[in-house]
Design a protein around this ligand. Structure first.
Ligand code: FE2
Ligand code: FE2
Length: 280
């Protein structure tokens, strides 16, 4: 159980806006969508804004300059950003780290703890998290807060209608297991430009569409997600940035549960071992 009643005292509502795939300066970028987004954020003044990657289109320095100009207009207590595959192109991952300070940002506010993870690889569209990052996520999130979230660019399970299973992190299964065992209640992702929600073992997996572009699949409108965390409960509203209509797409209490413990590897005996002299 992620959310323990005893930690609720004194914690009010926390509002998290989940924005993704800005692709500044791409040919389908829309200033109109940008202004609508800025207007919404200015009015809402959320506690946290999470940007799940593809801030730029090709990771070029001038694109990062434009992305920073845009993100500087986001009004929130804290903005957390992770790189997407487009940001890591052309050595952009280096620029990203320089301007944001880290590719693995972490922030806790009123018991809502969010860990960002870089799932990108330079000049490759496929996702990869890596075992060292599992340790980092575990160290930062184990036993923390009333609700834990992880934000990464790539989708950990397929998003319907988006081209079968391309670009899922090669170690998605391992990472999902880590997240469920840590009691991570919400996973925020982007990449496919199609909003979708899965609930896996009681863990909410939330995909955002593109916020500021018309790189749309089948005309699915540009959108963002807003999460209202009240006590142990999460309400997710999806804002259509074309019509500025908002709808509640999820309301509930994430309750990540490990259904299968897997093999007890510690009890499998191997009859071979390298001794201290280096001989087997
Ligand atoms: Fe994208
Ligand atoms: Fe992407």
């Amino acid at each position: 159980m992620v959310c323990v009643e005893i930690v609720l005292a004194g914690y009010g509502e926390v509002v998290v806006v989940h924005v993704s795939d800005l692709h500044v300066e791409c040919e389908n970028y829309s200033r109109e969508l940008e202004e609508r987004l800025i207007g919404y954020l200015g009015e809402l003044r959320p506690d946290i804004i999470v940007v799940t990657g593809d801030l730029t289109d090709n990771g070029y320095v001038h694109e990062f300059r434009a992305a920073i100009r845009l993100i500087s207009r986001f009004k929130a207590r804290r903005v957390l950003a992770v790189p997407g595959n487009h940001d890591s192109r052309n050595m952009g991952y280096i620029v990203f780290e320089r301007v944001f300070g880290t590719r693995f940002p972490f922030f806790c506010y009123k018991g809502v703890c969010i860990q960002g993870v870089d799932s990108s690889e330079p000049d490759v569209d496929d996702g990869h998290i890596g075992r060292l990052a599992y340790d980092l996520v575990a160290e930062r999130l184990r036993g923390r807060g009333r609700i834990r979230m992880v934000a990464l660019h790539h989708h950990l399970i397929p998003v319907p209608g988006t081209g079968r299973e391309r670009n899922i992190p090669v170690d998605a299964g391992d990472f999902l297991r880590v997240l469920v065992e840590l009691g991570v209640g919400v996973v925020l992702s982007g990449h496919k430009h199609v909003p979708w929600i899965w609930s896996l073992n009681g863990m909410l997996i939330l995909h955002a569409g593109t916020a500021t572009t018309y790189r749309l699949k089948a005309g699915i409108p540009p959108s963002i997600n807003t999460l209202y965390v009240r006590g142990c409960e999460v309400e997710v509203r999806r804002l259509n940035l074309q019509t500025m209509r908002e709808e509640v797409v999820y309301q509930g209490t994430p309750n990540p549960t490990t259904l299968d413990k897997g093999y007890d590897l510690a009890n499998i005996n191997y009859d071979f071992k390298l001794d201290s002299t280096g001989h087997s």
